[in-house]
Design a protein around this ligand. Sequence first.
Ligand code: SAM
Length: 293
Amino acid sequence: MSDTTLSGTAQSVAPHNDRQPSPAGDRPLEPFERGIVSFVRRSGRLSPKLQKAWDEQGPRFLLDLPRDPQGRSLSVDPSLVIDESYIEQHWGNDHPLIVEVGTGQGENIAAAAQAHPDLNFLALEVFPQGIAHLLHRLGEADTTNVRIGEANAPLLFAHNFASGLLEQVWVWFPDPWPKMKHHKRRIIQPAFAADVRRCLKKGGLLRIATDIDDYALHVHEVMDHAEGYRNIGTKEVALATEHVGKGDADRAAQMPHATFLESERFEGRVLTSFEKKGLAKGHTIHDFAYQTI
Ligand SMILES: C[S@@+](CC[C@H](N)C(=O)[O-])C[C@H]1O[C@@H](n2cnc3c(N)ncnc32)[C@H](O)[C@@H]1O
């Protein structure tokens, strides 16, 4: 399968393992399981336009996710199972499901859903303003194949999605957490990779993009040797092989470099506000596609 295609292949139908959702299994607890989260939840009221979108479109698009009584406010009850029958119930069909993590203002998922009515999409986001923007877009376009989960995304991969359920998982421009002491808050972590793999079909794809070179190195470190994936990128990219922190990025140019494999820009992604900002600053956009084996 070309790494620019949106939907999966015939071989991606069967679940590739039958492990049931479990919190951590036999691996050590990762940052998000220790209460360290990849986001800062900004407060603030919705503008009247966004509040209207929330009130009018929320009932159509927002999933009513049961909360974890023991967890933080954006934790979903770990006993909720999101499987084929849940998809049938909430999307009204059995089309393949693509999950986008951290949809921001939803430019990308709204466009992808319009372009692919034969696929189902789930937006996971913690930022109410972003969700309200997405609700507004979906209402304007009268989209039917998107649902939104207001939730801390890694926990859904750890607990809620049935094994082998998902076609693709997208993480576009994750929060960079540039300070060294904050790198543990980056959403791409070994446990996240392992949990996403369990949830993906065989031949499914985890796609990531970032405009931060140091985050690109972080993705290679976490993903290139992650069990059960292969990096299907063919584009050679040189990166410093040591990390730099906030205010230190210029030092990277003088450091030893190595060549890594990345992917061509994913054609299924529209230019989001974050990608535009990165390009305006002269940043390189790094695209990654990891296929489950
Ligand atoms: C830098 S923004 C990028 C937004 C969008 N993907 C884009 O390209 O425009 C990262 C987004 O991820 C969301 N986010 C961060 N951690 C998250 C988590 N654990 N669960 C769900 N969303 C998260 C943030 O609220 C933010 O909207």
